[in-house]
Design a protein around this ligand. Structure first.
Ligand code: ADP
Ligand code: MG
Length: 335
C-alpha cells in the first residue's frame, strides 16, 4: 500500500474515497508498520540474509558456486483453502508455508527463504496476523527457512495469504515431472484421502524424505500430491508423455477417510481427495525394489504401479483386470 504515502493530495483528488478509507484505517493505532515491526522483532537472523525486513527488498547472500535457484509461490484464500474460524491463525500460517515447502520437496530441493504477502481483514486482522506469523515461524525454524521480507495489506475482504519460497537443489539436482520412463515403478510416501478432516492444515512437508530419496536413488520424476492422487499422477504422465497402470489394491488409504460421512468409498477418497501433500515419484524397478527392501526413513513407502508406453492411465483391480481411470481430483474453476 504505497499510494497514500507518496502523494496523498494527488491521490485524494483522483481517488477521494479510497484515500479517505485508507487514511482512516491504516494510520491510527493499529496499522501495517506496527505489525511489520512486531514481525521484524521476532524473525531470527539467518546466515543467507544480508539485509532482511525493513528495506525495499531483501539482500540475500549468494551460494558459493553458481547453482540453480528453485522459486515457487502459492496463495491460500479464506473459503477455499481454509475456513475461519475453524482453522486458527497458527494453522493457517503453518499451511501457507507448508504448501510451498511441499513444492520445494517435490523438486527434491532445500528451502532457503520465504516471502510472505498477506491481505488481512481490517476487523481483527492484527491479532490474526500475529497468530499466522507464529505458525509460519515455527515451521520456518523447523526447516531453517529465512523470513527476509513480505508485504502487508488490509482490506474489507477475506483473508488471503501468499508465500513465495526460494530454495536450492540437493543431491542429483531438481527432480522434474517430465522424467518418468516406461517400466518405472510408481511409488509414494504416506497414505491418501481424508485430509479435509485436519491433515491439510497440519501436515509436515516431505522435505527430509525427498532429499534422502534424491541421495539414495535416481528419481526419474516426482511431484507432491495436492490435487489428488489420480489427478497428480496424470500430471506426471502428461509431462513425461507416458501412460501408467495403477494397482488399486496397493493404494495406501489414510485412516482419516473414515472421519467423513458421505457415501464415497475409502478408495475413492484416497484416489480423488486433494491436499495429501505426499510425494509421488517414479524410479527404475531395481531402485524401487531396493527402497522397499531397505527403506531409508520411517515414513511409509508404497509401490503403486508401473509406467507404460502410450498416454493412458489404467486401473488394475485385485484380479488383474484393467479399466480406464475416470477423471478425478480438484481444479480451480472459472465461470
Ligand atoms: P514497500 O512499501 O517499499 O514495498 P513495505 O512498507 O511494504 O515496503 O515493507 C517494509 C518492509 O517490511 C519490507 O522489508 C518488507 O519486505 C517487510 N514486510 C512487509 N510485510 C511483511 C510480512 N508480512 N512479513 C515479513 N516482512 C514483511
Ligand atoms: Mg519500496
Amino acid at each position: 500500500m504505497e499510494w497514500y504515502r507518496a502523494a496523498p493530495e494527488m491521490h485524494y483528488a483522483v481517488r477521494q474515497k479510497p484515500f479517505q478509507r485508507c487514511f482512516q484505517n491504516c494510520l491510527p493505532m493499529s496499522h501495517e508498520f506496527e505489525l511489520i515491526d512486531w514481525i521484524r522483532g521476532r524473525v531470527t537472523p539467518h546466515p543467507r540474509v544480508d539485509v532482511g525486513i525493513g528495506d525495499d527488498a531483501a539482500v540475500m547472500a549468494a551460494p558459493f558456486k553458481p547453482v540453480q535457484t528453485l522459486v515457487t509461490v502459492d496463495m491460500l484464500m479464506e473459503g477455499v483453502d481454509f475456513l475461519l474460524p475453524d482453522a486458527s491463525g497458527r494453522r493457517i500460517g503453518h499451511k501457507a508455508l507448508a504448501v510451498n515447502l511441499s513444492d520445494i520437496a517435490a523438486m527434491a530441493g532445500r528451502p532457503v527463504a520465504a516471502f510472505v504477502s498477506v491481505a488481512l481483514p481490517r476487523r481483527g486482522g492484527m491479532q490474526l496476523a500475529q497468530e499466522i506469523q507464529q505458525g509460519i515461524q515455527t515451521l520456518a525454524a523447523q526447516f531453517d527457512v529465512a523470513l527476509p521480507g513480505g508485504d502487508t495489506n488490509t482490506w474489507d475482504g477475506p483473508l488471503v495469504i501468499s508465500i513465495m519460497v526460494h530454495g536450492e537443489p540437493t543431491g542429483r539436482g531438481p527432480v522434474l515431472r517430465s522424467g518418468a520412463k516406461v517400466g518405472d515403478w510408481i511409488m509414494a510416501t504416506g497414505a491418501f484421502g481424508g485430509s479435509i478432516h485436519g491433515r491439510h492444515l497440519d501436515f509436515v512437508p516431505r522435505l527430509n524424505e525427498a532429499e534422502t530419496l534424491n541421495k539414495c536413488v535416481a528419481l526419474n520424476a516426482m511431484l507432491d500430491v495436492s490435487d489428488g492422487l489420480v489427478a497428480d499422477l496424470r500430471h506426471i504422465l502428461e509431462e513425461s508423455h507416458v501412460g501408467a497402470v495403477l494397482d488399486l489394491d496397493a493404494v495406501p488409504i489414510s485412516p482419516d477417510v473414515s472421519k467423513g460421512t458421505d457415501k464415497r468409498s475409502p478408495l475413492e477418497h484416497a484416489l480423488s481427495d486433494g491436499e495429501d501433500f505426499e510425494l509421488l515419484f517414479t524410479v527404475s524397478p531395481a531402485e524401487g525394489a531396493r527402497l522397499l527392501a531397505s527403506p531409508p526413513f520411517s515414513t511409509r513407502l508404497t509401490h503403486l504401479g508401473e509406467i507404460t508406453a502410450g498416454g493412458e492411465l489404467l486401473f488394475r483391480n485385485v484380479t488383474g483386470e484393467l479399466q480406464p481411470a475416470p477423471v478425478m481430483g480438484w481444479k480451480h474453476g472459472f465461470q
